[in-house]
Design a protein. Structure first.
Length: 504
C-alpha cells in the first residue's frame, strides 16, 4: 500500500525534472563570481528533485494500476506523439537512483573553480534529462530526452576532464551517435509497423500489433542501440576512457546513472515492446553478457590505475544486469533492475572516493605510488571498503541481492551461463581486495603524509551513498517489492512466447 497521499492535481513527475532544468538555466546566467550562490542553488535543486522522487515513490500504490501519476498533454497529435509521463516500479527505482547520485555529485562539485556557472548548468541538465527519460511513456519523448543527455555528457568531459579529455569526449560522442542511429531507425519501424501509428509505449506493448518476423528483425537494433550506452561488450570501448577522463561528478553520473539509461531502454523498449523478438535472441545475448561479466572483472584485475579499475569493473557489473534481463525470468529481471540501482550507487561512491578524495589530493591514480592512506584519510578508506564490499556481493549490502537475483534467474533458463557469470564474483573480490590493500594499507609514502582532511561535503556525500547501500542491503524489500510489479508484465509476456523449462 502507498505510504503518502499526494494531490492528484499536482504534476509531480514534471516537477521532478523541471526543478533541475529550471535551476540549471538560471545558474547558467549567473556570473562565476557568485560562486557560493551557484553551488548552493545547484545542490538545493538536486536535493529537492530527490525529495520529489522519494515522495512519488512513497505515493505509488503497488496494488493499483501498473502506471501511475499519469500526465498527458498533446504535443504532435498528427504523429501520434504526446507529452506522456507515468511511472511503474522500474521507473521508481531509477528515479531514486538518479536522485541519490545527483545529490552526491552536486556535493562533490564544490571544488570546481573554473567556469562554474556553465559546469553546474550542464550537471543539472544531465540530471534533468535522466529524470525525463525514466518517466517518459511516449517513445518519441523518451528518445528526445535520451539524446539531449549526450550534450552535457560530452561537454563536461571535454571542458572539465583530465586524461585525454578531448579524445574521450569525441569517442563517447561517436559511440552514442552510432547507437542513436539504430534507435531512430527502430522507433520509425515501430511507428509504421503499428496499425495505430502511435509512440505510446503502453499501446506499443500490446504485442499483437507486431508480427513475430517483425519483432525478430527489429529487436536487435533497438537492444544494441540502447546497449551501447549500457557498455555492452563489444561496444564498451567508450566507457573506460570516458569514465577516467570525466571530472569526478561527471564520472559518478556517467557510470552511476547514464549507463543505466541504456539498460533501462533495453528492458522498457526492446524487451518490453518486442518480447517475441527478444525470445529469438535470448541465448546469444545471454552468452555475450555472461562472458562480458567475466571480461570486465578480468580487465579490472590487471589495471594499475585505480580509476581505470573502477571503470572496467562497471562493464562487468552492467553485463550482469543485462544478463538478468535476457535470462527471460522474473527473478533475473528483478535482480537486473536491482543491479542497476546497487551498481549505480556503489560506482558513484567509488568514483567519488578515487576522483575527489584521493586524486585531487595525491595527483596520482597509480596504485604503486599510493599506500597507507588509511593513516591520513581513514574515512575515505572506510567508504571505499564499503563500496568494494557491495561490489563483491557481500551479504548485508545492496550488491548481494542484485547478483543473487541475476544468477538465480539465469540458472532457470541458462544454468551453464549462470556458472560462467559466477566466475566474475571471485574476480571482483580479487581486484577489490588488491586495491584496498595497495592503496590504503602498507607504509605511507613520505610525500603523502600531509594530505588535507576531507571536507564536510565529501563526508556527507560519501556517508549518504554508503548509507543507501546498507539500507537496501539490510532491507531489500524496499526496492524488490516495487520492482517486481513493474517487471511482472514484461516477464509474463516473454514467458508466453519463450516459457522457461523447469530443470529436472
Amino acid at each position: 500500500m502507498k505510504l503518502v497521499d499526494l494531490a492528484p492535481t499536482v504534476p509531480w513527475l514534471s516537477l521532478i525534472w523541471l526543478v533541475p532544468l529550471v535551476t540549471g538555466t538560471l545558474v547558467a546566467f549567473l556570473p562565476d563570481t557568485r560562486r557560493q550562490l551557484i553551488r548552493t542553488l545547484g545542490t538545493l535543486a538536486a536535493a529537492v528533485s530527490c525529495v520529489l522522487a522519494l515522495l512519488v515513490t512513497l505515493g505509488y500504490d503497488p496494488g493499483g494500476p501498473r502506471y501511475q501519476f499519469i500526465e498527458q498533454l498533446p504535443w504532435l497529435p498528427g504523429l501520434g506523439a504526446s507529452y506522456l509521463l507515468g511511472v511503474d516500479g522500474i521507473s521508481l527505482a531509477m528515479l531514486m537512483l538518479n536522485g541519490v547520485v545527483l545529490v552526491a555529485a552536486a556535493l562533490l562539485s564544490w571544488n570546481i573553480t573554473e567556469h562554474e556557472s556553465s559546469y553546474w548548468a550542464l550537471l543539472l541538465l544531465l540530471g534533468a534529462g535522466a529524470y525525463a527519460v525514466f518517466v517518459s511513456l511516449d517513445l518519441l519523448v523518451l528518445l528526445v530526452c535520451y539524446e539531449l543527455t549526450l550534450l552535457p555528457k560530452v561537454l563536461l568531459i571535454g571542458g572539465w576532464g583530465t586524461t585525454r579529455r578531448e579524445y574521450a569526449a569525441t569517442k563517447l560522442a561517436l559511440f552514442m551517435m552510432a547507437g542513436s542511429a539504430l534507435l531512430i531507425a527502430g522507433a520509425i519501424a515501430l511507428y509504421f509497423g503499428s496499425a495505430m501509428r502511435t509512440f505510446d509505449l503502453r499501446l506499443l506493448s500490446a504485442h499483437a500489433l507486431f508480427p513475430v518476423e517483425f519483432q525478430a528483425r527489429w529487436f536487435l537494433p533497438l537492444f544494441l542501440g540502447f546497449g551501447i550506452l549500457a557498455g555492452i561488450v563489444p561496444f564498451h570501448g567508450w566507457a573506460p576512457t570516458g569514465h577516467v577522463a570525466a571530472p569526478t561528478a561527471a564520472s559518478m553520473m556517467l557510470a552511476g546513472v547514464m549507463m543505466k539509461l541504456g539498460a533501462y531502454g533495453c528492458l522498457r523498449v526492446a524487451i518490453g515492446v518486442l518480447p517475441a523478438g527478444a525470445a529469438a535472441w535470448l541465448a546469444p545475448l545471454a552468452v555475450i553478457m555472461a562472458l562480458g561479466a567475466v571480461l570486465g572483472a578480468a580487465l579490472a584485475m590487471v589495471q594499475r590505475d585505480i580509476k581505470f579499475m573502477v571503470a572496467y569493473s562497471s562493464i562487468g557489473h552492467m553485463a550482469l544486469a543485462l544478463l538478468g534481463f535476457v535470462s527471460g525470468s522474473r527473478n533475473g529481471m528483478i535482480g537486473g533492475v536491482l543491479q542497476l540501482f546497487a551498481h549505480g550507487v556503489l560506482t558513484a561512491l567509488l568514483f567519488g572516493v578515487v576522483g575527489r578524495m584521493l586524486y585531487d589530493r595525491t595527483h596520482t591514480r597509480q596504485m604503486a605510488e599510493l599506500g597507507g592512506l588509511r593513516q591520513v584519510l581513514p574515512f575515505a578508506a572506510l567508504l571505499f571498503t564499503l563500496g568494494g564490499l557491495s561490489s563483491m556481493g557481500i551479504p548485508g549490502f545492496a550488491g548481494f541481492w542484485a547478483e543473487f537475483g541475476v544468477l538465480l534467474g539465469t540458472w532457470e533458463r541458462f544454468p551453464a551461463l549462470a556458472m560462467v557469470a559466477a566466475i566474475s564474483v571471485p574476480l571482483t573480490g580479487g581486484y577489490t581486495l588488491l586495491a584496498i590493500s595497495r592503496v590504503f594499507f602498507g607504509p605511507l609514502p613520505d610525500a603523502l603524509a600531509g594530505l588535507p582532511r576531507l571536507t564536510w561535503q565529501e563526508r556527507v556525500a560519501g556517508a549518504w551513498l554508503a548509507a543507501i547501500l546498507l539500507a537496501v542491503g539490510l532491507a531489500p524489500g524496499l526496492l524488490t517489492d516495487l520492482v517486481a510489479g513493474g517487471v511482472a508484465p514484461i516477464a509474463d509476456a516473454l514467458a508466453r512466447v519463450a516459457p522457461v523449462v523447469p530443470l529436472r
